[in-house]
Design a protein around this ligand. Structure first.
Ligand SMILES: Nc1nc2c(ncn2[C@@H]2O[C@H](COP(=O)(O)OP(=O)(O)OP(=O)(O)O)[C@@H](O)[C@H]2O)c(=O)[nH]1
Ligand SMILES: [Mg+2]
Ligand SMILES: [Zn+2]
Length: 355
């Protein structure tokens, strides 16, 4: 029988859970989520669950609802198949993306991930600019990023590509492997282990599910050839699921993400482009825009080639995007707060009338 520790439980969650334990609640970890339906790992095995109406009522957005990887506070009523989720315990890390069809609505993709494998294929998918973007998301999440260059068997120049990615991912391990052939997969092992959660993220067709199957030691996840005519891939994996590994630890396979769904944020941007931030700190003027001001260290670095022009351009692009998104999010939050207050007033008035 597995214990909560096998599912990633730690002192951090135990401390947050203590007041609920005293009231007889149980803890569970979400391993599957489909709309309101959840599947949880608990001390007594797997159980289906759903959120209480109260939790949904007070939710300000998707952020306040359970996502895969979340630890939740549950109660089981006699004779009911589904446990009721009363609260979500604080998250140690979280991945958000833009919800489909919206420029501002945030969706939590995964919670409480320790290490994220940012997977890129050494085929047509290879794109350092995209890796930079994924790194922003990873740094923002609070999980430790590791870049995984998969399909090394398809490229002669794999080592050169690795060096190229190391330059855009300062301080981040960059691993080269072939999941299909099973070569280099052991480099992932130090990141997995009892109670540790790893997640795989990257575009469709890069081999996330193939890697998941390697870690699981069996063909649990379906994998599929990418159509050459359609560079977007097929999106073989359609939902996120957290698996327990036979040797201990948990792995979260996710559906391929389109680049534009990634949210860029200040913190993530700073960390992913730390090298540029360091150069910019040497500009003569504190508010230097690096557009021809005298004593600009960034211009100088670009001219002498110590700063790669494409990387700098991507940084500027991400920065502009982040500012745009931040404005939209502020507007949305103001609207949501207004709607929430209105909702609470209405509910309050209803109870007053009943009296
Ligand atoms: N040559 C080669 N092919 C690989 C490797 N790893 C995976 N593939 C192939 O790439 C294709 C896509 O792999 P998947 O594991 O389904 O990719 P995915 O990232 O899970 O894709 P989505 O679920 O759509 O996001 C399959 O045909 C795999 O066999 C590898 O190391 N080398
Ligand atoms: Mg997949
Ligand atoms: Zn400057």
């Amino acid at each position: 029988m597995l214990t909560l520790a096998d599912y990633g439980w730690s002192d951090f969650f135990a401390a947050a859970f203590a007041p609920y334990a005293a009231e007889g609640f149980e803890a569970g970890r979400v391993f599957l989520q489909h709309n309101r339906a959840l599947m949880l790992y608990t001390a007594s095995g797997e159980t289906p669950a759903e959120t209480t109406g109260r939790l949904r009522f007070h939710a300000r957005g998707a952020e306040d609802l359970p996502a895969v990887g979340d630890w939740v506070v549950i109660r089981r009523a006699d004779g009911e198949e589904k446990a009721k989720v009363h609260e979500i315990l604080p998250r140690r890390s979280k991945f958000s993306r833009r919800a489909a069809g919206s420029e501002t609505a945030e969706q939590i993709v995964a919670a409480n991930v320790d290490t994220v494998f940012l997977v890129t294929g050494l085929d047509n998918d290879f794109n350092p600019r995209r890796v930079e973007r994924y790194l922003i998301m990873a740094w923002e999440s609070g999980a430790e990023p590791v870049v995984v260059l998969n399909k090394a068997d398809l490229m002669e120049e794999a080592e050169g590509r690795r060096a190229e990615i190391e330059r855009v991912a300062p301080g981040v391990p960059v691993l080269l492997l072939s999941a299909k052939r099973g070569e280099g997969v052991e480099q992932l092992h130090p990141y997995v282990g009892r109670g540790r959660t790893v997640a795989l993220m990257g575009s469709s067709g890069v081999g996330k599910s193939t890697i998941t199957n390697r870690l699981l030691g069996s063909e649990v996840q379906r994998t599929q050839e990418v159509r050459l005519a359609d560079a977007r891939g097929k999106h073989t994996t359609t939902h996120r699921e957290l698996f327990v590994l036979p040797g201990g630890g948990l792995v979260l396979d996710t559906p391929g993400m389109r680049e534009l769904q990634l949210l860029v944020s200040e913190r993530g941007l700073r960390e992913a482009f730390e090298d540029i931030e360091e150069i910019a700190a040497r500009c003569r003027f504190g508010d230097c825009r690096h557009e021809g001001e005298p004593g600009c260290a960034v211009r100088e670095a670009l001219e002498e080639g110590s700063l790669d022009a494409a990387r700098y351009e991507n940084y500027r692009k991400m920065q502009a995007e982040m500012r745009h998104a931040a404005t939209l999010v502020d507007q949305r939050k103001a609207q949501e707060e207004k709607a929430r207050v209105k909702r609470i007033h209405r509910a309050f008035n209803r109870t007053q009338k009943r009296r």
